[in-house]
Design a protein around this ligand. Sequence first.
Ligand SMILES: N[C@@H]1[C@@H](O)[C@H](O)[C@@H](COP(=O)(O)O)O[C@@H]1O
Length: 245
Amino acid sequence: MKIHIFESADQSGLEAARESARIINEAIAVNGTARIVLSTGASQFEFLEHVVKMDIAWEKVEMFHLDEYIGLPVEHPASFRKYLKERFLQHVNIGTFWLVDGEGDTNEVLDHLNREISKAPVDLALIGIGENAHIAFNDPPADFEDERPFKVVDLSDTCKMQQVGEGWFATMEDVPKQAISMSVQQILKSRNIISVVPRQSKARAIQDTLKNEVDVNTPATIMKTHANWSLYLDKQSSSLIYAWC
Ligand SMILES: N[C@@H]1[C@@H](O)[C@H](O)[C@@H](COP(=O)(O)O)O[C@@H]1O
């Protein structure tokens, strides 16, 4: 595990984008292509803004989408497909992309995604950490054993509260009850994992992730078992680390 702490969310996003570009370009140099997974959510704003400007042969990159609400129209402001189209896909000449269609036939969508992701290793996964320390939509207590690459998960109240708190939905009842999410096991199969986690709202989750033993109740702790996990923080999200170390 490598922890990088920067003064601002912007700097943290920039440095994570630089490191991502390095990994992607190395994969392209070795294999001719790079396979990546992208997260969404407010934590990825700065990172995405910077990574689309990096010197990368995007036409040689295959992108997978980490998670999406089931039943939420793509036009909805909280749709993660809308998010990735506006913040990433419109800015790069991507080779191939696989968005998680939360409005399609769920079994067909899962079959398709599971087949595609299993074809080759993922070189780099950008994995955000939620206020409840979830990774993708694997809320606590997360299933660390499930081998299915993508699956249907129920969203917890703490997850829904974060989405309402950030203004994506008006009330808890408006947040979809389920999502299609990449599993913890599939995330861990990635050759490199970068977690960009800025802002004060994540300080507790970061403290818990670093301090707690690997435990299903703090899902992000599992990433401490990964050989190539890098955590990019800012001053605010790292503020509680010093309280115990
Ligand atoms: N579905 C997204 C994930 O793609 C993201 O990695 C994670 C943390 O992101 P954030 O806290 O910025 O929403 O949870 C979100 O709900």
